[in-house]
Design a protein around this ligand. Structure first.
Ligand code: G3P
Ligand code: CA
Length: 252
């Protein structure tokens, strides 16, 4: 598995813009995705959920309350009503007029320009979300994207519907870490392990690489946490601030 470990073997460290460049522009909007692109990110991370009429939309929370001028559960809105909401002004007046995008709008506009890390969010609220995702991605097999979730069984289900795309398992912080049995099982389905950055040690990254998977920890919001992650040989870093890495380009 000498091909594993982009960072140690090739000097490449992928920069993944978390909900777009969400430190600079309202998360999960066209504005934050454009900023990610402008700042030289390699991937855009985004969260997908489903409207009442079954459309995939890009928003993180189960309700619209925090990131729009509306209230209510995402799944209680028809797409047309959801897109009347303002998804930018809560962040800054400058972003008034930003909308909650559909996944299709984002992929149509940015799909060829950058890679994507697509998270299936709150899947328990949307029984058909993997079917719809497989449907939307079915004729976009040329795009460079990874599908991720905290739910391993959901990823298994998705891979059966749509075996084309690589998958990533998000792993929350856990006191007892990650066992070799888990790594072996996960490696039969996923190509990326994306842990809370507090779980990262050099040894864990080595074990994940040994199981032929890559490591993209989340979420860097502070420059001080970067050095340790790079020294641990992670393959990419999920960050709200892709510009933290822009003077690092030659090292990548
Ligand atoms: O990509 C990792 C990260 O997005 C997972 O947490 O809550 O920001 O979706 P969250
Ligand atoms: Ca996410």
């Amino acid at each position: 598995n000498s091909h594993l470990g982009h960072n140690s073997k090739t000097g490449k460290l992928f920069v993944i813009a978390h909900r777009g460049a969400s430190g600079h522009a309202p998360e999960n909007t066209m504005a934050s995705f454009q900023k990610a692109l402008d700042m030289g990110a390699d991937y855009i991370e985004l969260d997908v959920q489903m409207t009442r009429d079954g459309k995939l939309v890009v928003i993180h929370d189960p309700t619209v309350d925090r990131t729009t001028n509306g209230t209510g559960e995402v799944g209680s809105f028809f797409l047309n009503d959801l897109q009347q909401l303002d998804a930018g002004e809560w962040f800054s007046r400058k972003y008034r007029g930003q909308k909650i995008p559909t996944l299709e709008e984002v992929l149509s506009y940015f799909g060829e320009k950058i890679a994507f890390l697509i998270e299936i969010k709150n899947p328990n609220l949307y029984p058909t979300i993997v079917d719809e995702l497989a449907n939307v991605l079915g004729d976009r097999k040329h795009l460079n994207l990874i599908i991720q979730s905290f739910d391993f069984e959901l990823l298994q289900k998705f891979s059966q519907l749509c075996p084309h795309f690589p998958l990533g398992l998000l792993v929350k912080y856990r006191v007892h870490g990650i066992s070799n049995v888990q790594l072996r099982d996960w490696a039969t389905v996923v190509t990326y392990i994306n842990p809370n950055k507090a779980l990262i040690t050099k040894k864990l990254v080595k074990r994940i690489h040994h199981h032929r998977m890559y490591v993209f920890p989340y979420t860097v919001r502070n420059k001080k946490s970067i050095k340790g992650l790079i020294e641990a040989n992670v393959d990419g870093i999920i960050t709200d601030f892709p510009d933290f890495f822009k003077n690092d380009k030659e090292k990548r």
